[in-house]
Design a protein around this ligand. Structure first.
Ligand SMILES: Nc1nc2c(c(=O)[nH]1)N[C@@H](CN(C=O)c1ccc(C(=O)N[C@@H](CCC(=O)O)C(=O)O)cc1)CN2
Length: 279
């Protein structure tokens, strides 16, 4: 039995599901779950189906879907759910999101394979190597261009399908960010669009907010402007210091980022203009 995810998007119109469903039934596929969304603003239609296929494997099924999808102008993907997404994690000095991802991967809560950890500091090497994972120290000393070239080579060498910036505090150049479009997720330590930049908790404290939060988003060349995937908040009072906000924020950041990574690994996220649809 093969567990698969079929996901597709197309200009919205009647008859898309009724064209696909019989095809799946003909090939013995059971639709175990399905979510759809039609966007009135963009006219887009989005669908994610979880399939059980007793006989046809991924490639066999893909070969019969292709002609129909072409006829319907579908942009589609078919993923084997047993295949874990290859993930390269980037971190600077703060390891709370990194260790949360490693732990959740180790206990099987995240369907990913961590292919390595990259950092511009040595701070997290001991922890990462203790978990038996490769650590790649890429300091900024040789300049951003050289560092990013080494970072990109690592992405290619490891076959990483997703790059996670787990409190990686370097702004990626426009060229590098453009090369990672749709496959790089960042955790920003504020409730975007408020408090962009490097020190959001101090900005929040200075502003006197009553809620602080974290935002997972796809990385684009524009700092902290990428499509938002997940957010969460916590209530704070006048008595909470900036340092206490940093401490409260760690838990929010880790939970928000791990949810975004799980959804990406489960092929649930569609980019929809500068927004996302999560099915
Ligand atoms: N092209 C992009 N690169 C990065 C993004 C992004 O959205 N687009 N997100 C950041 C993460 N981040 C906030 O979430 C962030 C990181 C770093 C800075 C910053 O000002 N860094 C300084 C250096 C700071 C240092 O060395 O400690 C800098 O790069 O000059 C702001 C926001 C990750 N990259």
């Amino acid at each position: 039995m093969t567990e698969l995810v079929l996901r597709f998007r197309a200009p919205d119109r009647p008859g898309i599901i009724s064209a696909i469903a019989p095809l799946l039934a003909t090939h013995g596929c059971d639709i175990r779950g399905a979510e759809v969304y039609g966007d009135d603003d963009t006219g887009g239609f989005f669908c994610r189906m979880r399939l059980s296929s007793p006989t046809a494997g991924r490639d066999a099924l893909a070969s019969v879907i292709e002609p129909v999808a072409c006829e319907l102008s579908l942009s589609w993907e078919l993923h084997d759910l047993d295949a874990r997404m290859r993930v390269l994690i980037a971190v600077s000095k703060f390891g709370h999101c990194l260790v949360d991802l490693i732990h959740k991967c180790e206990i099987g809560q995240l369907p990913i394979e961590i292919v390595g950890v990259v950092s511009n500091h040595e701070t997290m090497r001991k922890t990462v190597e203790w978990h038996g994972l490769p650590y790649h120290h890429l300091p900024m000393g040789e300049g951003k261009a050289a560092q990013e070239a080494a970072f990109l080579a690592l992405i290619e060498d490891t076959g990483a399908q997703l790059i996670v910036l787990a409190r990686y505090m370097q702004i990626l150049s426009d060229d590098f960010a453009a090369k990672l479009l749709g496959r790089c997720i960042n955790i920003h330590h504020s409730f975007l669009p408020s408090f962009k930049g490097a020190k959001p908790y101090h900005q929040a404290h200075a502003r006197g907010v009553k809620l602080i939060g974290a935002t997972a988003h796809f990385v684009t060349p524009d700092l902290d402007e990428g499509p938002i995937i997940e957010q969460d908040v916590r209530r704070v009072t006048h008595a909470v210091t900036a340092d206490e906000m940093v401490a409260i924020g760690r838990e929010i950041e880790a939970s928000v980022l791990s949810r975004a990574v799980r959804w990406q690994a489960e092929h649930r996220i569609f980019q929809n203009g500068n927004k996302t649809v999560v099915l």
